[in-house]
Design a protein around this ligand. Structure first.
Ligand SMILES: Cc1cc2nc3c(=O)[nH]c(=O)nc-3n(C[C@H](O)[C@H](O)[C@H](O)COP(=O)(O)O)c2cc1C
Length: 173
């Protein structure tokens, strides 16, 4: 926000603060995730700090910048907790996947519905970040070894040929 303000005199339309309990790519170091209690406490502080930080931009640009909290928002109490901190709303992905409105394949939805807590694993994403996934034969293979990548789509900054264990473009097909 500092950069956009300085370089382009623009500010955010809204902010999403995503915590350590999210599905998919995580913006936390693997060792940070190991201490789940501490990481949750730090995240609550992070939400508070974001709510405070954005005020200067709201004042400068004369408009509200809503903050949405994401990651592990599953039940009513999770929503109430973040609203009580001062957030304007939540962003939900994992629980949305199994809904009728989501256009994922039925088999994918069913994998979400059937998953138990012990089926969730942290694997390494192609950009080297931790990623939360549902254990399946492919995930197990990638946790042990790597697939042979013969072509690079140059789709994500930070993913360098030869480094990732799998190609994210091929997994989307
Ligand atoms: C299947 C799936 C795909 C996602 N893809 C993206 C993505 O492409 N870009 C992104 O910024 N976040 C992505 N996310 C993260 C979500 O936007 C969201 O912030 C996060 O999953 C919220 O946590 P939850 O899964 O616990 O609800 C994805 C999440 C899931 C479950």
């Amino acid at each position: 926000m500092k950069q956009w303000d300085k370089k382009y005199q623009r500010t955010a339309d809204f902010i999403v603060v995503e915590g350590p309990e999210a599905g998919g790519h995580l913006g936390f170091a693997g060792k940070e995730l190991a201490d789940s209690r501490q990481v949750k406490l730090d995240f609550t502080e992070n939400v508070r700090a974001t709510l405070q930080m954005k005020q200067q931009y709201e004042e400068k640009y004369g408009r509200k910048i809503p903050v949405f909290v994401a990651g592990g928002i599953f039940i009513k109490e999770d929503v109430q907790e973040v609203l009580a901190l001062g957030a304007d709303g939540v962003q939900v992905a994992t629980h949305f996947v199994a809904t009728q409105e989501c256009d994922a394949h039925e088999a994918c939805k069913q994998a979400y519905v059937n998953a138990k807590e012990e089926d969730l694993v942290i694997m390494e994403s192609p950009v080297g970040m931790p990623a939360r996934a549902i254990r399946n034969p492919f995930v197990e293979q990638m946790m042990e070894g790597a697939e042979k990548i013969t072509f690079c789509y140059k789709c994500i900054k930070g993913c360098h040929p030869g480094k990732p264990k799998y190609c994210i473009q091929l997994r989307k097909i």
